[in-house]
Design a protein around this ligand. Structure first.
Ligand SMILES: Cc1cc2nc3c(=O)[nH]c(=O)nc-3n(C[C@H](O)[C@H](O)[C@H](O)COP(=O)(O)O)c2cc1C
Length: 211
């Protein structure tokens, strides 16, 4: 019995591996994409397949958005910008941790430069607080659409916020006026070197049913 269960699990893992590595031959269905997407921290430097990023951004613009505000903006970083963002990233880590060892600094530089693509996702600022809250929700949906669209093609990503994404220097380097747009996050994109599997709270602990 136990070995049957394990074999079934192995078959699922094999199918998942095939879906991840050969997404055109073994396409993921929506539920599988949702259930298996994970935040990727460690990337290969391999470039993305032609058109994958554009397909993901098109998917982002299909996210729900109340009053059709289309509040999202996507800044695709070229190599020069990425180099400047890397310096900001190192400086931010120094502010947080103090002086960095050579190895620590090299590791931060690798984190910033290794994924083949980096996108800043920002939200057009609306003066109305309610609209601004709803627009943030819409931008969050757009980011999720990017991540799921990429994952359905076997490509990993990470949404990151804080530190470098908030730094005034980042706004300057990206040409984003902080009074006009707020950076909601960076999305790092590339093929996963490692796919983590963090635990989730069981459904029974987060669902309640009323009479
Ligand atoms: C608003 C937001 C901000 C996030 N910022 C970071 C971040 O700065 N660094 C990071 O490693 N992950 C960040 N994440 C990713 C979460 O850590 C990740 O989703 C969580 O650990 C669950 O893992 P999973 O995405 O693999 O399910 C962020 C996610 C969200 C929704």
């Amino acid at each position: 019995m136990r070995s049957t269960a394990r074999n079934a699990h192995d078959r699922l893992s094999l199918l998942h591996a095939l879906r991840l590595t050969h997404p055109r031959i073994f396409p993921m269905n929506t539920h599988h994409t949702l259930m298996t997407r994970r935040t990727i921290h460690d990337y290969k430097s391999d470039p993305l397949p032609e058109g994958a990023l554009k397909r993901a951004l098109e998917a982002a613009t299909r996210a729900p958005n109340h009053k059709l505000t289309n509040p999202w903006r996507f800044t695709m970083m070229g190599p020069e910008t990425r180099a400047r963002i890397t310096e900001i990233g190192v400086a931010e880590k120094r502010k947080k941790r103090g002086e960095l060892s050579e190895a620590a600094e090299a590791s931060i530089r690798t984190k910033f430069t290794r994924p083949p693509e980096l996108i800043a996702v920002s939200q057009v600022i609306n003066a109305d607080a309610h609209r601004r809250r709803e627009d943030y929700a819409a931008v969050a949906c757009a980011i999720q659409n990017i991540q799921l669209a990429l994952w359905s093609e076997g490509i990993g990503s990470k949404w990151s916020s804080g530190g470098v994404t908030n730094a005034p220097e980042t706004y300057e380097v990206l040409g984003i006026g902080p009074d006009v747009e707020e950076i909601v996050g960076f999305v790092w994109v590339g093929f996963a070197d490692v796919v983590p599997d963090p635990p989730r709270t069981p459904l029974s602990e987060v669902v309640r049913t009323t009479a």
